[in-house]
Design a protein around this ligand. Structure first.
Ligand SMILES: CCCCCCCCCCCCCCCCCCCCCCCCCCCCCC(=O)SCCNC(=O)CCNC(=O)[C@H](O)C(C)(C)COP(=O)(O)OP(=O)(O)OC[C@H]1O[C@@H](n2cnc3c(N)ncnc32)[C@H](O)[C@@H]1OP(=O)(O)O
Ligand SMILES: NC(=O)C1=CN([C@@H]2O[C@H](COP(=O)(O)OP(=O)(O)OC[C@H]3O[C@@H](n4cnc5c(N)ncnc54)[C@H](OP(=O)(O)O)[C@@H]3O)[C@@H](O)[C@H]2O)C=CC1
Length: 515
């Protein structure tokens, strides 16, 4: 029997961000490995016209939870959705709910965050810093609390090249930032944002760093630990390979490439692609929860959940494998054939943007206009290139993360726990993982049927023929124009034609002689 799984038995667990990518996989694993847990409280807000209950039902009815429901048939009863909005000052939790949470909770997993790079600083501070502070305050009033696990990001200090499992101080105290957000208006915040974030690339990484400082300063008497995952990708093994349900990290760009919209990317092929499967992050998080509660380390331990130093994959290799997978498993109704170049400087990026992105988009929109339809491709391209520019920072650099605490924790696990809560990234085969990732995007994100693969391949063949036809026509038109204007071009043309004629005659002559 797994010690970690047994530890969660009979426990009341509070999860924030349970409706997110990581939160769902965390809940699933808990139900599957510790079906005798007492209750999972999840802080949820209504969204997109759905009530809390409707959101929970939708999550539990998804394919992700099929195995968990076999092991724990009464998951509906063990999950308790609590109305909360972490953007509100009091988190919008009712008094009754608050009392229950305070008196019953044993473990907190704080996953909720805004992960948008371009979020307004006020909103990012509210969610990634202030809400963390409020949750720590709540946690300090929980008499049964055994551990508080905060999910941060390995990129919270991405202004450094080598990152240790420590909390680095921020130039401005989080408390000052929180206070100033209350009285500064949006325009002033916009103006000072670049100065505040300094050498951080965006408000996300900046506020996640502030969030860690808050944990350090205000989690003093609690049993706290921080998990820092790098770029979280689709599941590796559990509950099944390739599960993914949002566009974050590489997923959105893999779709854009597979559908033929993204044909060039400013990326460094030899930069480390520090992707980490979501099930590895979840296994480490649950092991950290157990270790923090049982061993009660004297200080706040930080655990890096990264792949680069133990089993590195590079963006060039990843891109290559993604493209190779599209040969076998193409996406349906592609705009162009998937094929992309990694470019390394601004000039070539501008060139490929003009030739491979804007020109086809403008031509296609022209065609849509001609056929009486609404043009949409240039708008889509604009959005895609804006997204790509936001992600470029992360695909043109490498970082080194030390993983001493994570390795120490692995050594403390029994062989059974190492199997059930496997977070050893050295065992991951990247080629297989990337293939399953692309397949997972097709099935679970794009919801495309595998039966459509022959038709998708046929469509790509048609696109290839159109591409050849288009290039030949373009060449002939350009040549014709050139011939009309230049004696030199005419001379070259006649030379080539007469050369070809002689070449053919040479081969025809012996055959004629034989006859
Ligand atoms: C040796 C040589 C070999 C050569 C080999 C040659 C082969 C070459 C082949 C190359 C091909 C390559 C194939 C692809 C390979 C993969 C490459 C992947 C690179 C991936 C880089 C990922 C880097 C991530 C780094 C993360 C580091 C930090 C870790 C974290 O903690 S972050 C958590 C994750 N966060 C994110 O991923 C970002 C979240 N999103 C945002 O920040 C924003 O949404 C935004 C992307 C900035 C866009 O914001 P906007 O305000 O402009 O708009 P909005 O949010 O409303 O969305 C607009 C529409 O865009 C869609 N969308 C949202 N997110 C993404 C996304 N990540 N990708 C794509 N599209 C996205 C969104 O859905 C909206 O669409 P709509 O609903 O239709 O309007
Ligand atoms: N994805 C990645 O690549 C990485 C993620 N991380 C960290 O992992 C954690 C989880 O990320 P991930 O699951 O990918 O993110 P998601 O965007 O998928 O999920 C975010 C979660 O936070 C919740 N949330 C956001 N705003 C509020 C609010 N105002 N009130 C209540 N809940 C709210 C969301 O709820 P709702 O569904 O209602 O929007 C959702 O459940 C984050 O802390 C992130 O920083 C770290 C490294 C990489």
């Amino acid at each position: 029997m797994s010690t970690i799984a047994a530890f969660y038995g009979g426990k009341s667990i509070l999860i924030t961000g349970a409706t997110g990518f990581l939160g769902k996989v965390l809940m699933e694993k808990l139900f599957r490995t510790s079906p005798d847990l007492k209750v999972i409280y999840i802080l949820v807000r209504p969204k997109a016209g759905q009530t809390l209950q409707q959101r929970v039902v939708q999550i539990l009815n998804s394919k992700l939870f099929e195995k968990a429901k076999e092991v724990c048939p009464n998951v509906h009863e063990k999950i308790r959705a609590v109305y909360a909005d972490l953007n509100q000052n009091d988190l919008a939790i009712s008094k009754g709910d608050m009392q229950e949470l305070l008196s019953c909770t044993n473990i907190v997993f704080h996953c909720a965050a805004t992960v948008r790079f371009n979020d307004h600083l006020r909103h990012a501070v509210q969610l990634n810093v202030t809400a963390t502070q409020k949750l720590l305050l709540m946690a300090s009033q929980m008499p049964k609390l055994e551990a508080f696990i905060h999910i941060s990001t390995a990129f919270s200090n991405c202004n450094l090249k080598h990152i240790d499992e420590v909390i680095y101080p921020c130039p401005v105290e989080p408390k000052k930032i929180i206070d100033s957000m209350e009285w500064l208006d949006d325009a002033i915040i916009d103006e000072i944002t670049p100065k505040l974030i300094g050498d951080q690339p965006n408000t996300y990484t900046y506020t996640k760093a502030l969030g860690e400082m808050v944990v350090q300063q205000e989690g003093g008497n609690l049993n706290v630990a921080i998990v820092r995952p790098s770029i979280v990708g689709a599941t590796w093994q559990e509950p099944f390979p390739g599960w993914v349900d949002n566009l974050n990290g590489p997923s959105g760009l893999i779709i854009a490439t597979g559908k033929g919209f993204l044909r060039a990317l400013r990326a460094t092929p030899m930069a480390v692609a520090d992707v980490i499967p979501v099930d590895i992050v979840v296994n480490l998080t649950l092991a950290v929860g157990w270790y923090t509660a049982v061993q009660r380390p004297k200080s706040t331990l930080i655990y890096h959940c990264t792949s680069g130093n133990l089993n590195p994959c590079y963006w060039g290799k990843m891109g290559f494998q993604v493209l190779a997978t599209f040969e076998k498993i193409p996406f349906e109704r592609a705009f162009r054939r998937p094929n992309a170049d990694l470019t390394s400087n601004t000039f070539t990026t501008q060139y490929w943007n003009a030739v491979s992105h804007w020109a086809p988009a403008i031509i296609y929109d022209f065609y849509l206009r001609l056929t009486g339809r609404k043009p949409r491709m240039t708008k889509l391209m604009n959005r895609l290139l804006r997204t790509v520019s936001m992600l470029e920072y992360f695909i043109n650099r490498s970082w080194e993360w030390s993983t001493c605490n994570t390795e120490m924790l692995m050594s403390k696990l029994s062989p059974e726990d190492q199997r059930v809560f496997n977070f050893d990234v050295r065992q991951l085969n990247w080629l297989e993982y990337i293939e399953n990732y692309v397949l997972g995007i097709k099935k679970y994100l794009l919801k495309e049927d595998m039966a459509g693969i022959p038709e998708a391949k046929q469509h790509l063949k048609r696109l290839r023929n159109i591409h050849y036809l288009f290039n030949t026509a373009l060449f002939l038109i350009a040549w014709r124009l050139l011939m009309a204007r230049s004696q030199m071009a005419r001379n070259v043309w006649f030379f080539i034609v007469s050369f070809c004629y002689k070449f053919l005659s040479y081969f025809r002559a012996p055959r004629t002689l034989k006859i």
